[in-house]
Design a protein around this ligand. Structure first.
Ligand SMILES: [Fe+2]
Length: 284
């Protein structure tokens, strides 16, 4: 039986080339109309090494894929492990049908709309380009780290004294502003998962997702929210799907092993068609 699906989604590929090859092969075999990448696309490295990955591998691969007849449109965000300095070359590459989704709301070829958010609540890590304030941050949060300049140099950055100047709530308000009147059905492509779900658990079952994203989903009620960031959560919780209010939420996880964690579905029946590359059907 040939399986077909409108949309293919994966996050946290972290520059793993076999994962990109698997994602494109899956998009071809499913006949996907949209391929969504949910952040943490580059290898964990300094800005020049990430830039080299995008220039020498990612962009040529995607440019070639997009030239194929029937290729899916691509929507992507970066994640907290991708330096912001990597973004301008991606935007300037001019690959047709490849769209940066952060703080944007765009139509999907498969029907509906997509809204993107790369921002994550501040973490214990050093890369601070996409980190933002929200209430309830863990005691493990590190306030100092680095942000990247457009030329790829790093400058020390410290949230102390300007903690609330940039917030997840502020970014979500920007998405609402860009959207204007509600565009439904809406698919959210948000790197950070909502707090207190099966999708935001680290080892020990502690929840580290975003409270503001959870509140946004309850308020805005999108059809679907696609997340990454907490690679181990589906393994820890035993589920890759959860609900926040009426919104179906998904974090496929990523083990950085041999096989890509990804999900695919049809827009007309997301709960009935949602399938994981390793864990299988979500079920009705
Ligand atoms: Fe990641």
């Amino acid at each position: 039986m040939t399986v077909r699906a409108d949309i293919l989604f994966a996050a946290d590929l972290h520059g793993h080339r076999p994962f990109y090859e698997q994602a494109l092969a899956l998009a071809r075999s499913l006949g996907a109309r949209a391929l969504l990448f949910g952040g943490d696309l580059a290898p964990h490295a300094d800005p020049p090494a990430q830039s080299a990955f995008f220039q020498a591998y990612f962009l040529p691969l995607l440019r070639e894929y997009r030239s194929e007849p029937g290729a899916a449109e691509v929507h992507y965000i970066l994640g907290n492990d991708d330096w912001r300095a990597s973004l301008p070359p991606l935007l300037q590459a001019g690959v047709t049908g490849m769209h940066h989704a952060h703080l944007a709301v765009r139509p999907l070829a498969a029907g509906g709309w997509i809204a993107g958010l790369a921002s994550v609540p501040a973490t214990p890590f050093l890369m601070k380009d996409w980190e933002r304030w929200e209430d309830g941050l863990s005691e493990m949060t590190r306030w100092e780290g680095y942000r990247s300049e457009p030329d790829g140099t790093l400058r020390p950055f410290d949230f102390t004294g300007c903690e609330k100047a940039e917030s997840i709530a502020g970014d979500l308000a920007e998405i609402a502003r860009v959207e204007g009147t509600p565009r439904d059905p809406l698919v959210c492509l948000f790197h950070a998962p909502p707090h207190g779900t099966a999708l935001d658990q680290i080892r020990g079952g502690f929840h580290v997702g975003s409270r503001e994203i959870r509140a946004f989903l309850l308020r805005r009620r999108p059809l679907l929210a696609l997340h990454g960031h907490i690679h181990e959560s589906p393994e820890v919780s035993g589920r890759y799907v959860d609900r926040v209010g009426e919104t179906l939420c998904v974090n496929p996880g990523q083990r950085l092993g041999e096989k890509l964690h990804a999900v695919w579905f049809d827009m007309a029946d997301v709960p009935g068609t949602l399938t994981h590359s390793i864990y299988g059907r979500a079920g009705r």
